[in-house]
Design a protein around this ligand. Structure first.
Ligand SMILES: Nc1ncnc2c1ncn2[C@@H]1O[C@H](COP(=O)(O)OP(=O)(O)OP(=O)(O)O)[C@@H](O)[C@H]1O
Ligand SMILES: CC(C)(CO)[C@@H](O)C(=O)NCCC(=O)O
Ligand SMILES: [K+]
Length: 243
């Protein structure tokens, strides 16, 4: 079995795969990965891949060592089943390239826009020849709420859930609608622009945050919460025998 770990800025996701089938997924703290050892004793793990976008402390690193598993630490040197055209592959987030690999595995001969709504929202483009062109990074849902509060004197920190109006009628609804509509228009804008350039465009939406869209946008979106984990598993299998 493959142990697949995606350590993000908000949470870590740990999954087990048999071949290309995900058999379990657990959310954990990105600092302590508390369930690491128990998952490894529950399953017969043969190899692992770890992708992190944060620095890990020595204690966590030694816990990985104690697992006594071959571990592929995803980095810019790792062979990938796609062509990476990013000008600075050494600074590219591993979750971003993994999401692209996950989407390309499912639709290898399509142009795909991959949207990952986590701590940040990322927009990635891979073409039907398997060439990853790059993409954009913008603030995520929680980050937008926090930024409005932190950088002003009068704006409260709001929850994403709550009263929703198309146009705010008080501070609370104004902030909530501003954040939600901002993200929805942003996503719809990317889709419209990219569809203009590539008429046969598929759109993948992944990450923990879900949004509501009008039906025309909704009809072309594939939602797959675990695209990053699936992409990491694909990268691990692609490198089978090399670790
Ligand atoms: N089973 C779950 N356990 C914990 N959080 C969950 C679960 N399902 C959904 N979530 C939601 O998903 C969010 C995490 O989303 P996701 O894993 O895509 O990105 P993130 O961890 O916020 O970002 P990053 O990967 O950049 O750290 C959490 O904020 C939480 O609201
Ligand atoms: C953009 C995030 C924070 C998204 O998780 C991550 O992919 C990251 O830290 N990226 C590094 C910068 C880059 O991708 O070019
Ligand atoms: K993410």
């Amino acid at each position: 079995m493959n142990l697949v770990i995606d350590i993000g800025n908000t949470a870590a996701k740990i999954a087990l795969f048999e071949g290309s089938v995900m058999v379990e997924v657990v959310y954990a703290s990105n600092r302590s990965l508390e369930c690491l050892e128990s998952l490894c004793s529950k399953y017969q793990v043969e190899q692992a891949i770890v992708a992190t976008v944060i620095d890990l402390d020595g204690e966590l690193l030694s816990r990985f060592g104690a697992l006594r598993l071959p571990i592929l630490w995803l980095n810019s040197q790792t062979p990938l089943p796609i062509v990476n055209l990013y000008e600075t592959p050494e600074t590219l987030g591993y979750d971003r390239i993994a999401a692209v690999v996950g989407a390309h595995e499912q639709f290898p001969d399509k142009n795909v826009l991959v949207i990952d709504a986590g701590t940040c929202i990322t927009y990635e483009f891979i073409d039907s020849n398997g060439q990853y062109h790059g993409g954009n990074i913008s603030p995520g849902l929680q980050m937008r709420f926090k930024a409005l509060h932190q950088f002003t004197g009068r704006l409260p920190l709001l929850e994403s859930d709550g009263r929703k109006l198309p146009l705010g009628r008080d501070t609370e609804t104004a902030i909530r609608a501003g954040v939600h509509k901002g993200i929805e228009y942003e996503i719809a804008g990317y889709i419209t622009e990219m569809k203009h350039k590539y008429s046969e465009l598929l759109v993948f939406l992944t990450g923990g945050d879900e949004f509501s869209f009008d039906t025309s946008v909704k009809s072309i979106i594939f939602a797959d919460r675990f695209l990053v984990l699936k992409g990491l598993n694909r990268i691990l299998n692609y490198n089978n025998g090399r670790i």
